[in-house]
Design a binder for this molecule. Structure first.
Ligand code: COA
Ligand code: AMP
Length: 648
């Protein structure tokens, strides 16, 4: 049995050799994929397994059906919000996927085409992802909480041939019709897909607009998802390992999201490896990931990871709380016999808030549970300790990003010599990741010193090879600052024992309930309000969500709009432009914003001030008195954090 120490060393000493070994565990159309690691001419970007041929959907479904897992459950769908439960065996999931792929092909979707998916956590969404992969089409799932303008930006960037959406979603007991949101997005977008496929939901079916040929109208055809399933099943299309499997948009530091690209080959190899090495799972095990398929965590550990392994995935449509109570996660883990439960610390904080004694967990038999994995944001020690005591299993905090697609720091519980997890630390370097802490000059710092978290190139398989249609942004955003490194955007440190600690973003990205938001984007929206002269959006400490965005706005001369009215208008603006998921609920009017002498707003200082952190007054500050003014406004608006706010 390999050890963590040996595998970590091997993965750095000979990346191509190490990953060739992992690749050999998958069924390729032509063995072995060569060259294992290469660089693109021109850009120099690293590529894994160029020349290899495979199909991710085939590996997730056909392979298992052909190898004794046809009758094993592949997916348990549990939807307390709609009162539905359904289970699908590998054979059933394959059948649905192959038929939907046939239906999509009949609508003109072919290899290389993009398909945008806008659906809540429902099996039809999983089937849609797998059907795209089967055709070699590139899916791009957009999280349901995003508003039409966000959808439109993604439509105009990915240029999808088809959009697949649900007729509606359910937020707690609130029905959210999705089709009108798609139609609003199409009205905003320049690009129009050939068709919109609608998965009808019993609780809110959508009336489909007249189709284009019949009406002689410009714009897409609208077709029922169920109609597509009537097609004959189609076989998986062999694709190049470097062909894109999906694009997943994530917040950057500007209003334009970044289209993270994931390739078939590296992704399959990395996820298959991580299921065993990081999560300690075996084929046949059950995994419950409490996330949304619209996020990277959902892509990797609700859908692809479990299915590539031959495990059983649990898909929850609902929240950790109030659907119907704070015991939902424990019920699902118990009823489906999950070995691993994976979610964000926010979800645990939400459960703890409603059920501080953990009484609901005691109602269920969680004896099969081996580990609780937490990621998506920094896990505070109090939440870590509470979950560990309640469940009696190791809690594994681990760190990754949409860009990596799988963990970069973790306790790799699949290895016999994995060091014990430690509260506050996101664990050790995962094999494949040469993580370094750098100073501002790009030099590695000694153990224990905080700096910029960077990864020495090449990144391992599975990580983004570039951004969709934007090599130069990829270069500029991640690679340019320190040649030879990928810059993560996080700050942190590692100690002498190799435990690493991620302390938070060093850029204008904030983390709201495990969701990534760009303060730059929110500022662009606030600044567009006619009364606003300038503004700063800060991610302030929030007991439940970790951070929430708060706007500080300076009014234009002569503006007399009352603060409360302006605040309501700004909240509505962000809801309409970004979506409810931004959780923008507070804005305060200030007379001035603190700036450097060159005119840059001191956002970090403002956040530190509001969060009650100690800070040194920047030597470049224009007028230190502004900070006192702002402190007074924050105090009046109850936005100042005091020591008593801390759950720690
Ligand atoms: N579709 C439409 N609206 C959505 C949505 C979706 N898929 N997801 C969230 N929203 C809305 C919510 O209804 C809420 O709207 P409101 O302002 O009208 O109340 C708003 O967006 C904010 O959502 P959220 O911050 O999620 O708050 P919440 O009260 O609905 O739930 C938690 C709080 C903690 C339970 C929830 O955030 C959660 O489960 N977090 C887990 C984090 C997670 O899965 N992270 C993924 C990475 S692991
Ligand atoms: P996303 O791309 O949406 O998954 O967000 C990635 C960001 O979430 C990272 O850059 C970190 O800032 C944060 N993050 C994810 N996991 C952790 C963790 N375990 N500890 C601290 N921060 C985390």
């Amino acid at each position: 049995m390999p050890t963590y120490a040996a595998d970590y060393a091997a993965s750095l000493a000979d990346p191509a050799g190490f990953w060739a070994g992992q690749a050999a565990r998958l069924a390729w159309y032509h063995d072995p994929p060569r060259p294992v690691l290469s660089q693109d001419e021109g850009t120099g970007f690293y590529r894994w397994f160029r020349g290899g041929r495979l199909n991710t959907s085939w590996l997730c479904l056909d392979f298992h059906v052909a190898n004794g897992r046809a009758d094993q459950p592949a997916l348990h769908y549990d939807s307390p919000v709609t009162g539905t439960r359904r289970s699908y065996t590998y054979a059933e999931l394959l059948d649905l996927t192959a038929r939907l792929a046939g239906g999509l092909r009949a609508q003109g979707v072919e290899q290389g085409d993009r398909v945008l998916i806008y659906m809540p956590n429902m099996p039809e969404a999983v089937v849609a992802m797998l059907a795209c992969a089967r055709l070699g089409a590139v899916h791009s799932v957009v999280f349901g909480g995003f508003a039409p303008p966000e959808l439109a930006v993604r439509i105009d960037d990915a240029l999808p041939r088809a959009i697949i959406c649900a007729s509606a979603g359910m937020e707690f007991d609130r029905v959210i019709p999705y089709l009108p949101l798609v139609q609003q997005a199409l009205a905003l977008a320049t690009h129009q897909p050939a068709c919109v496929v609608v998965s009808q939901r019993d609780f809110c079916p959508a009336e489909l607009p007249e189709t284009r040929p019949a009406a002689g109208l410009a714009g897409p055809r609208f077709v029922n998802y169920g109609h597509l399933l009537e097609a004959a099943p189609v076989a998986a299309v062999p694709v190049d390992a470097t062909a894109p499997l999906y694009i997943l948009y994530t917040s950057g530091t500007t209003g334009r999201p970044k289209g993270v690209v994931r390739e078939h080959g590296g992704h399959a190899v990395a996820l298959r490896y991580s299921m065993g090495a990081v999560f300690g799972l075996q084929p046949g095990d059950t995994v419950f990931t409490g996330s949304d398929i619209g996020w990277a965590v959902g892509h990797s550990y609700i859908v692809y990871g479990p299915l590539l392994l031959g495990a059983t995935a649990v898909l929850l449509e609902g929240k950790p709380v109030r659907t119907p109570d704070a015991g939902t996660f424990w019920r699902l883990a118990a009823e489906y016999g999950a070995s691993v439960l994976f979610t964000a610390p926010t979800a645990i904080r939400a459960i703890r808030k409603e059920d501080p004694e953990g009484l609901l967990a005691r109602r269920y038999d969680l004896s099969k549970l081996r580990h609780l994995f937490l990621a998506g944001e920094r896990c505070d020690p109090a939440t870590y300790a509470w979950a560990g005591e309640l469940l009696g299993v190791p809690v594994v905090d681990h760190w990754w990003q949409t860009e990596s697609g799988w963990p970069m720091l973790a306790t790799c519980v699949g290895y016999p010599d994995a060091p014990a997890p430690l509260a506050g630390s996101a664990g050790h370097r995962v094999p494949g990741y040469d993580l370094q802490i750098l100073d501002e000059a790009g030099e590695p710092v000694p153990a224990g010193t905080t700096g910029l978290v960077a990864l020495r190139l090449p990144l391992p398989p599975g990580c983004l090879p570039t951004l969709w249609n934007d090599d130069s942004r990829f270069q500029q955003a991640y690679l340019e600052t320190f040649p030879g490194y990928y810059l993560s955007g996080d700050g942190g440190y590692c100690d002498e024992q190799g435990y690493c600690y991620i302390m938070g973003r060093v850029d204008d990205v904030i983390n709201v309930a495990g969701h990534r938001m760009s303060t730059g984007e929110l500022e662009e929206i606030l600044a567009a309000h006619p009364a606003v002269a300038e503004c700063a959006v800060l991610g302030l400490y929030d007991e439940l969500r970790g951070q929430v965005p708060v706007g500080l706005v300076v009014l234009k001369d002569g503006q007399t709009l009352p603060e409360t009215e302006l605040e309501q208008q700004l909240i509505r603006l962000v809801r309409d432009k970004v979506g409810a998921v931004a959780c923008f609920r507070r804005a305060a009017v200030v007379a001035r914003l603190p700036k450097t002498r060159s005119g840059k707003i001191l956002r970090k200082t403002l956040r530190q001030l509001a969060d009650g952190e100690e800070f040194t007054l920047p030597s470049t500050i224009d007028d230190p008195a502004i900070l006192d003014e702002i402190r007074a406004v924050l105090y009046r608006r109850e936005m100042l954090r005091t020591a008593g706010d801390s759950p720690v």
